[in-house]
Design a protein around this ligand. Structure first.
Ligand SMILES: Cc1cc2nc3c(=O)[nH]c(=O)nc-3n(C[C@H](O)[C@H](O)[C@H](O)COP(=O)(O)OP(=O)(O)OC[C@H]3O[C@@H](n4cnc5c(N)ncnc54)[C@H](O)[C@@H]3O)c2cc1C
Ligand code: SF4
Length: 670
């Protein structure tokens, strides 16, 4: 932030409009939120997107522009609260996609900050009003089993000198896939360096608030979206990657999908003993066990599904027998979550791997057509950036489904399918309101799931229904905004809300591209099957919520679709509900109308037999070209990017099993 208290290069008038927006979305703390929002956007937004948002703010602040566009010569900040609200709702429902996109971007950021920011000093009155008192679990007295490798100190004579490390293998990214590969290579006696772009937190110092967790351990501070803002995405960052903050639901991939990967993409050994052995080994390492604590939001899934005669069971998850605090999305301070820092990275470190935090790889070093290492920028603990090179004959990219293709593109690799076929497991939401207190932020994150619709039917793909855990910031950005009071009213009852989500197998796909500024742009479109799947899931989630006793529910979006059991045709509630279900069956999922979320980014450097459409061969070797099968020597991908398609269930276990396969190939070849 600049000395004037202004973040980045924001002008006073842009900040004034941002503050007026903040105050209109949620009353209170507007200047502070405008400053936090400005800082966040200046840090993480692509310059092209930032320029667009600033242009929007300037237009909103301009009397002339508002006269031209809305017939009133008043800047946004000078309007009455009611006029500002009408103005924003006009943008929310605009026929122009750019207006809906801008509305969505500001809405999500400013409503999230209103409830995620604990404020300065005094307890936040908004959080107090909703009864948000998250548990404060005891901090483990066992030391976290890894320590990051410290780079040699810079010399005063040449502080910018490049640090060069030598290793047998360098693994880029320390999440679900990278951890497994690093552990396997280190256990086999290879010297391994892991470079991780995000920071290291030991368990005792994991973040305690939602805002701090998003800033430290979520990619792009948790503000990741598709380029048009239509899909809100979450991904982890830091030593441990997604495993550090994820919700620990462990579901093996459907056999039908694996069979399809064999027949349609030429992947061998996807069904049979080798695959089963990989999944069993992963589950043993993770200590996967059935959830024993079933909090209210998950009891709703079990109750509703069983009342309808649908499948529903407690989930299997990778944590010791805890489940009482609900802070897993901030990183586990008690040390009971079996994330990378307790399992695979810990094993890798015990076998000698050097794990470097805050080291962002910028490119793969290629010499004579083979990979010989990587270059990175490191800024451990926010220190002055240092340049690092790791020279290693084996390079494994595991930077996640969005960053791995960007590194390949940034290294000059030209295979046209790199970055294509991005799958997101798009998630629609139905939030039910119940008469009992649910407190979706408390207890096991996901203790129950229904696989009733996991197999596809003609016209739609498979999906899993789960309860979404979350703290108030995430809930505030997910719930519809239909006016200042309306949003405050729904949030005031958030202790009684239980959102249901459906993890759907994508119909449609996206593309990840490296921007000029070195960021990643994701474009994504659902096809007709994808849309039908989301609508099918909305209807089923609504039926489940009703069967479990929801008195109100909302399918999230702009416009949202509300159901109130006390309204409508009270003489025939069943008929009133069926009319609601018909609305959901036609729900508008146009970009920035229907609410769509994703915590699973997959398939962007996919594996397969056909070199034209698969940048990796079936064993994770990166191909040099699309017109031949020749791999680039020493270059592999070992994360969710390699999925040939989406799978329609939570992917961590599958990513880890695929990473084991890749590690086996590396060990056989090097
Ligand atoms: C909130 C949340 C909840 C989830 N819940 C579940 C769940 O319950 N069950 C489940 O199965 N899955 C869940 N997932 C998904 C799962 O965690 C991810 O799919 C999985 O972690 C992806 O593994 P990966 O190896 O592909 O990438 P990641 O685990 O995302 O790891 C990639 C790592 O690479 C690092 N990186 C990126 N760029 C660079 C670079 N240039 N240089 C160096 N490092 C880089 C990143 O910082 C990150 O740490 C959840 C995800 C989130 C975000
Ligand atoms: S795993 Fe989750 S519920 Fe268990 S102690 Fe850790 S943060 Fe709390």
């Amino acid at each position: 932030m600049s000395d004037t208290g202004r973040p980045g290069s924001w002008t006073d008038s842009e900040l004034a409009t941002l503050a007026a927006l903040a105050e209109t979305f949620v009353q209170g703390d507007a200047a502070r939120r405008a400053r936090l929002a400005g800082e966040a956007l200046a840090t993480i937004a692509d310059p092209a997107q930032l320029a667009q948002l600033r242009l929007v703010l300037r237009a909103m602040g301009s009397r002339a522009a508002n006269l031209l566009l809305g017939g009133r010569p008043t800047g946004f900040a000078a309007m009455t609260p009611a006029a500002r609200e009408r103005y924003l709702l006009g943008w929310a429902h605009s026929r122009l996609p750019q207006r809906r996109s801008a509305f969505g971007a500001f809405r999500k950021l400013l409503t999230f900050l209103a409830y995620a920011d604990p404020g300065e000093g005094v307890p936040d009155p908004r959080l107090a009003a909703i009864g948000y008192r998250p548990d404060d679990p005891p901090v483990t007295d066992q030391p976290t089993p890894i320590r990051p490798f410290l780079l040699p100190p810079a010399t005063s004579t040449d502080p910018d000198a490049r640090v060069t490390l030598e290793a047998d293998a360098v693994v880029v990214g320390s999440g679900a896939g990278g951890g497994v590969v690093a552990a396997a290579l280190a256990a086999a006696g290879r010297s391994v360096v892991v470079l991780e772009a995000g920071p290291f937190s030991d368990e005792g110092s994991m973040p305690r608030t939602e805002l701090a967790a998003f800033e430290r351990h979520y990619l792009d501070h948790g503000l990741l979206t598709t380029w048009d803002g239509s899909v809100t995405m979450l991904a982890g960052t830091g030593v441990g990657g997604g495993t550090l903050v994820n919700w620990m639901t462990c579901i093996a991939p459907p056999e039908s999908v694996r069979a399809e990967w064999g027949t349609d993409h030429g992947l061998e050994e996807m069904t049979g003993p080798a695959w089963d052995a990989d999944v069993t080994a992963i589950e043993d390492e993770l200590g996967v066990a059935v959830a024993t604590h079933i909090p209210p939001k998950d009891a709703i899934v079990l109750r509703g599904a069983r009342a309808l005669g649908w499948d529903a069971e407690p989930t299997r998850r990778n944590a010791d027998a805890c489940g009482d605090c609900g802070s897993c999305g901030f990183g586990c301070r008690r040390g009971t979550k079996r994330s990378g820092i307790r399992v695979h990275l810990a094993d890798a470190a015990a076998a000698g791997a050097r794990i470097v935090a805050d080291a962002r790889v910028t490119r793969v070093i290629l010499e004579d057509g083979r990979a010989v290492g990587v270059e990175a920028e490191a800024s451990p603990g926010g220190d002055r950036p240092r340049r690092i090179a790791v020279r290693a004959p084996t390079v494994v990219l595991a930077a996640g489904g969005l960053r791995t293709p960007a590194i390949l593109q940034g290294s000059g690799l030209m295979h046209p399918a790199i970055g294509r076929y991005v799958r997101l497991h798009p998630v629609p939401v139905v939030a039910g309101r119940f008469t009992e207190r649910v407190e979706m932020w408390r207890g096991t994150l996901q203790a129950a799931r229904s696989l009733e619709f996991s197999e596809p039917e003609p016209g739609r793909n498979g999906y899993v229904i789960e309860a979404a855990p979350g703290h108030p910031g995430l809930l505030a950005l997910a719930l519809p905004w239909e006016g200042t009071e309306a949003h405050a009213h729904v949030m005031a009852g958030s202790g009684f809300i239980s959102p249901l989500i459906a993890i759907t197998r994508d119909g449609g796909e996206g593309r990840a591209t490296l921007t000029k500024a070195g960021r990643v742009r994701v474009d994504y479109r659902l096809d007709a099957t994808g849309l039908a799947t989301l609508r099918h899931a909305l209807v089923r989630m609504a039926r489940l919520a009703r069967a479990a006793g929801a008195t109100e529910m909302v399918a999230v979006g702009s416009p949202a679709a509300w159901y109130h059991s006390s309204l409508g045709d009270s003489s025939d509630p069943a008929r009133a509900f069926e009319r609601y279900a018909e609305r959901l069956a036609a729900f508008d999922f146009a970009p920035n109308r229907g609410g769509v979320f994703s915590a699973h980014q997959l398939g962007s450097v996919r594996m397969g037999a056909d070199p034209r459409t698969h940048p990796c061969d079936p064993w994770g070797r990166v191909r040099a070209r699309a017109d031949g099968d020749e791999p680039i020597g020493g270059l592999y991908v070992g994360d969710g990017s390699v999925f040939p398609t989406a799978i329609g269930v939570n992917p961590m276990v599958t990513i880890m099993a695929m990473a084991r396969r890749v590690a086996r190939v590396i060990l056989a070849e090097t």
